[in-house]
Design a protein around this ligand. Structure first.
Ligand SMILES: [Zn+2]
Length: 164
């Protein structure tokens, strides 16, 4: 079994952690806690604006921010990026010491600082291969409640509608 993206690029899941042997999506309460945490979090992030766009435009111009296309880092301290800004994150992570924060909550702040400071990937830095995802196919979680609320809400939603 391989690894799969669900809804956004970045976080990858073992197929066996998300699917049953028959190829159906597991009930969320049968997933490992770390998998469940990310699936639940993904549902909240799917409608989030790109963090880099947000750093440029701010809360007053949320309409100008692109939708999420990718997510990196740990749940609740992740970095959400649009198509345009994902290469900036990848460049920072690989070439600017970002990888030092792998697995740490500090990753989000460190990237935000670098980007807000004018950090950008060089022109044409490793364009991301297009992956066929349709974020609109994923039901959104309303509001910005606690992780526990989100988990409760997620349990009541039909996971078959997740785009995989
Ligand atoms: Zn962006």
């Amino acid at each position: 079994m391989g690894k799969v993206n669900i809804a956004l690029r970045g976080w990858r899941f073992d197929e066996s952690a998300v699917f049953t042997d028959d190829g159906d999506i597991k009930p969320i309460d049968e997933m490992e806690p770390t998998t469940r945490e990310r699936i639940v979090r993904l549902r909240q992030l799917i409608d989030s604006p790109c963090h880099a766009c947000w750093l440029i435009h701010g809360d007053s111009e949320l309409d100008a921010c692109n939708d999420a296309a990718a997510v990196y880092g740990e749940p609740l301290s992740e970095v959400v990026l649009c198509e345009e800004h994902e290469p900036d994150f990848r460049y920072w992570f690989r070439e600017q010491g970002g990888a030092d924060h792998r697995g740490e909550p500090a990753l989000q702040d460190a990237f935000h600082e670098w980007f807000a400071d004018g950090g950008r990937a060089p022109e044409e830095y490793e364009p991301v291969e297009h992956v066929d995802t349709d974020p609109t196919a994923v039901p959104s979680v309303s509001g910005t409640g606690s992780a526990a609320d989100a988990e409760q809400e997620a349990q009541s939603v039909d996971l078959d509608s997740l785009d995989i």
